[in-house]
Design a protein. Structure first.
Lengths: 66, 280
């Protein structure tokens, strides 16, 4: 059995790095980059959750073998 | 028309030709740009690294691959592809070995490091050739010649390229995030993620995080597996992601250096680029 909390922590770490690396292109100054980071990470996690939910629903309805 | 000024602004050569020549043969791009001494030194360094790597590994790198992954294009996703001429020679001469398993040479992993480092170095040399080609033939270089060094530094240590460009806060953030992910991934995988034999293509991703990954591999990467590692896959993913995200950092360092050089060139009295002070 996997530990959901631990996996969430891994995901947040990866999300932070992905969003930070991606934001370097949109924000040239350091201060606005760091200020906007929490909001961007929040949106990233939200949309990842929506995508994950969608995949679970599709898997349950379309790929179920029961 | 001011012919003297026009000649002064003429670039040294076609930047794409210089980069492609370097990709095929290290140093050839600089030879094309009229910089033979630099080109020869670069050739000796980059090709020498690959040659030593081949000797130490016996050219057996691609024998790490499972038979179903052994194709003509298997080398495309390896760091060695940065040195295309050497990779093609490697594949043509050694290929996938003699058709059955045999013991690896003692210094196999060091040999594989050196061939991979040669590929990365040549990729940075391509950046240098591309930038040098855009510098004016005569007159002061507005900073094109100093684009590649921070790029190489950013590969070697994530964040170091930003630091050298004066963007220290950004550099520290990159270092903490990427090296942190690499360390956490290695810890979760018990070091099993760092073996090129075990994870051929994931290793290539991790290699993009530079010397911290190589240091961790030297310390933890070659221990025998004696137990089941619960989060080995998660650790492998995190460590590989750290390396792949460092490519974005490399691109950011390159783009910043290029922007500075272009800004200096656009100024009416262009002078060589001064060090940039970090913006608070």
């Amino acid at each position: 059995m996997i530990d959901p909390l631990l996996h969430t922590a891994f995901f947040v770490l990866a999300a932070l790095a992905i969003v930070f690396a991606g934001s370097t292109f949109s924000e040239l100054e350091d201060a606005p980059l760091l200020r906007a980071l929490p909001k961007k990470v929040g949106w990233f996690c939200l949309w990842c959750a929506v995508l994950a939910l969608l995949i679970v629903v599709l898997e349950h309805t379309l790929a179920s073998t029961r | 028309m001011n012919w003297a000024a026009s000649k002064k602004d003429t670039p040294r050569g076609d930047s794409t030709v210089a980069a492609v020549l370097t990709w095929v043969l290290p140093g050839a791009g600089h030879l094309y740009l009229g910089m033979p001494v630099f080109g020869l030194c670069a050739f000796l360094l980059v090709s020498g690294l690959y040659w030593i790597g081949l000797q130490l590994s016996g050219g057996m790198l691609f024998e790490y691959l499972e038979p179903d992954l052994q194709s003509n294009f298997a080398g495309v996703l390896t760091p060695e592809v940065g040195n295309l001429g050497a990779l093609v020679y490697h594949m043509k001469t050694y290929g996938y070995g003699i058709g059955h398993m045999r013991p690896w040479p003692d210094a196999m992993w060091i040999g594989c490091w050196l061939t991979a480092c040669s590929g990365i170095l040549n990729a940075c040399l391509m950046v240098q050739a591309h930038s040098d080609a855009r510098a004016p033939k005569e007159g002061a270089d507005p900073g094109f010649g100093s684009i590649a060094r921070p790029v190489l530094a950013a590969w070697a240590v994530p964040g170091l390229g930003h630091w050298l460009q004066g963007r220290k806060l950004r550099g520290v953030c990159f270092f903490v995030l990427l090296v942190g992910m690499l360390v956490v991934g290695t810890w979760l995988s018990g070091g099993s993620n760092l073996s090129r034999e075990r994870h051929f293509y994931y290793w290539a991703g991790q290699f993009l995080a530079g010397l911290p990954g190589l240091g961790l591999e030297a310390i933890f990467g070659h221990a025998p597996l004696t137990r089941e590692i619960r989060y080995a896959d998660a650790g492998l993913d995190l460590a590989c992601l750290a390396g792949l995200l460092n490519v974005l950092a490399l691109m950011d360092v390159y783009a910043f250096g290029e922007k500075r050089a272009l800004e200096w060139r656009a100024q009416p009295t262009s002078t060589p680029a001064a060090p940039v002070v970090s913006v608070p």
